[in-house]
Design a binder for this molecule. Structure first.
Ligand SMILES: Cc1cc2nc3c(=O)[nH]c(=O)nc-3n(C[C@H](O)[C@H](O)[C@H](O)COP(=O)(O)OP(=O)(O)OC[C@H]3O[C@@H](n4cnc5c(N)ncnc54)[C@H](O)[C@@H]3O)c2cc1C
Length: 83
């Protein structure tokens, strides 16, 4: 998860809860298998994909709104072809 929207820790907690729910018994009984990990992945992936899509959208919007820094403009103006 990217820092955009400051949502990552919420998702990390939900991941931890889902992981504990799915893996506690197989870990205790020593029967854990790849299929148990795949269950966690299936449970969490849809929500995480949606959050990441929203983060990408937010990041693009912020990039469009970001003012051009005067320092950057001055530097650009001094470059060949700059204005
Ligand atoms: C700059 C920045 C700012 C952020 N700000 C915010 C914020 O303000 N609010 C918010 O909610 N979220 C924020 N986030 C997002 C948030 O930090 C993450 O989404 C969250 O920490 C993910 O938690 P996690 O436990 O899933 O993974 P992580 O915190 O990445 O933990 C994974 C751990 O597993 C370890 N690890 C990885 N592979 C192995 C391996 N093979 N063997 C052993 N250990 C391994 C890693 O070393 C790490 O310690 C920010 C992220 C960044 C980068």
């Amino acid at each position: 998860m990217s820092p955009a929207g400051a949502a990552g820790v919420n998702y990390a907690i939900a991941d931890a809860v889902a992981t504990a729910n799915h893996l506690a018994v197989p870990l205790r009984t020593g029967t854990i298998a790849v299929a148990d990990l795949q269950r966690v992945q299936r449970r969490r992936e849809p929500a995480v994909r949606i959050a990441q899509a929203l983060q990408r959208q937010q990041t693009r919007q912020l990039a469009r709104l970001a003012p051009t820094s005067p320092t950057t403009s001055n530097r650009t103006a001094n470059l060949p072809g700059g204005s």
